[in-house]
Design a protein around this ligand. Structure first.
Ligand SMILES: NC(=O)c1ccc[n+]([C@@H]2O[C@H](COP(=O)([O-])OP(=O)(O)OC[C@H]3O[C@@H](n4cnc5c(N)ncnc54)[C@H](O)[C@@H]3O)[C@@H](O)[C@H]2O)c1
Length: 335
């Protein structure tokens, strides 16, 4: 039985606790949060996606720590799961690797590309495994898309458009641009990362955007430049007016079909081909539980996680940095 300690019991910590509770061969035995009512399970945070964090987990058996470093020193733990605010990801992940733990850390890897590279370098020399929780790579309808792109099921991709927009989530972490990096790093990175996963590194980016709820970019549209694909774009932001809701969508135009995903639709994934629209059934569940199940399997099998390699998670931070630079300069930025 693999034993897990989760650091940071906010929105994502609660989501991860739910995911572990559904898995066999792994169990959470410790939690850490500076806020007493969170580490005691008396505060349940909701996420963007309905059903993300159910909050039915029994905290009574957990060892409880206030400071995350105390949990990292817990000798009983095999896995440390880091759901801390972004500026702490790299520091705590490196400390946990040094303490001989396997580490799952929330996205983004770090606030800047240099720190993200340091974390990726630490994973290279560690005997234990490190994975960044880039959950879209595991979201069933998105994993389906990656497969269709790789296998050219419908021919080559001509255009790919991603969209992730909502209103500001509120709270101190998401209101502090220096801590969360604005929507461009906190929210839109999901699409930047998925684009990199599907199509590799773009040669450059051209972005437009603005700050609204933080001092950083809170709404962005980016063109990702690829020699082999005419049009790859993503819109991301939390600058919509309160009450707007959460939209997560893609439209990918292949040579022989168009694939459409809409989180809010009854049939979330559809393929339009030869004039007919077909709903596509994919496996149930959200990316969070599949990513955690995958990481646990990697540990059990002693295999480095290939779906999200540390260097790839670091590259996504660097593409976002280029997007910010493009907005600031008004120019196309080479990546
Ligand atoms: N994968 C996703 O879809 C997704 C979604 C939302 C957030 N996130 C990421 O997850 C991370 C956490 O986000 P959140 O919304 O859960 O934030 P949050 O503010 O709700 O939770 C963070 C928690 O960490 C605790 N904490 C801070 N410093 C600590 C320390 N030194 N020791 C112990 N506890 C400490 C805080 O008290 C807080 O409860 C962020 O980096 C965010 O970008 C990922």
């Amino acid at each position: 039985m693999l034993k897990v300690g989760v650091i940071g019991i906010g929105m994502m910590g609660s989501t991860h606790l739910d995911a572990y509770a559904k898995l066999k061969g792994v169990k959470v035995t410790a939690v850490a949060d500076l806020i007493r009512e969170r580490r005691e399970g008396r505060a349940v945070a909701a996420g963007n996606v309905k059903g993300q964090s159910q909050g039915g987990v029994d905290f009574a058996p957990f060892r409880k720590y206030d400071e995350g470093m105390k949990l990292i020193a817990d000798l009983e733990l095999d896995i440390v799961d880091i759901c801390l605010p972004t500026p702490l990801h790299a520091k705590y992940a490196i400390a946990a690797l040094k303490a001989g733990k396997h580490v799952l850390t929330e996205k983004p890897f770090a606030l800047d590309g240099k720190t993200a590279d340091q974390l990726a370098a630490a994973a290279k020399t560690a005997k234990t495994l490190l994975m960044c929780a880039m959950c879209m790579r595991f979201w069933p309808a998105w994993a389906w898309l990656k497969d269709a792109v790789d296998k050219k099921t419908f021919g080559k991709v001509l255009a790919a458009q991603f969209r992730r927009v909502t209103s500001h989530p509120g709270g101190p972490f998401y209101s502090d641009g220096d801590a969360c990096g604005g929507a461009i790093l906190d929210l839109h990175i999901h699409d930047t990362d998925f684009i990199q996963y599907c199509f590799g590194m773009p040669s450059g980016v051209f972005s437009r955007g603005y700050a609204k709820d933080t001092t950083r970019i809170d709404h962005v549209v980016t063109h990702y430049l690829y020699p082999q694909i005419p049009l790859v774009t993503a819109e991301g932001g939390w600058a919509m007016t309160p009450g707007f809701g959460f939209q997560m969508q893609y439209t990918v135009n292949f040579e022989q079909a168009t694939a459409v995903f809409d989180l809010g639709a009854t049939d979330q994934l559809k393929v339009i081909q030869n004039g007919k629209t077909k709903a596509v059934k994919v496996k149930a569940g959200m990316g969070y539980q599949h990513e955690i199940a995958y990481f646990v399997e990697c540990i059990k099998n002693g295999k480095r996680p290939q779906v999200v390699e540390p260097a790839s998670a670091a590259r996504s931070v660097k593409i976002v940095e280029a997007e910010v630079k493009s907005i600031k300069t008004g120019k196309l930025v080479a990546v």
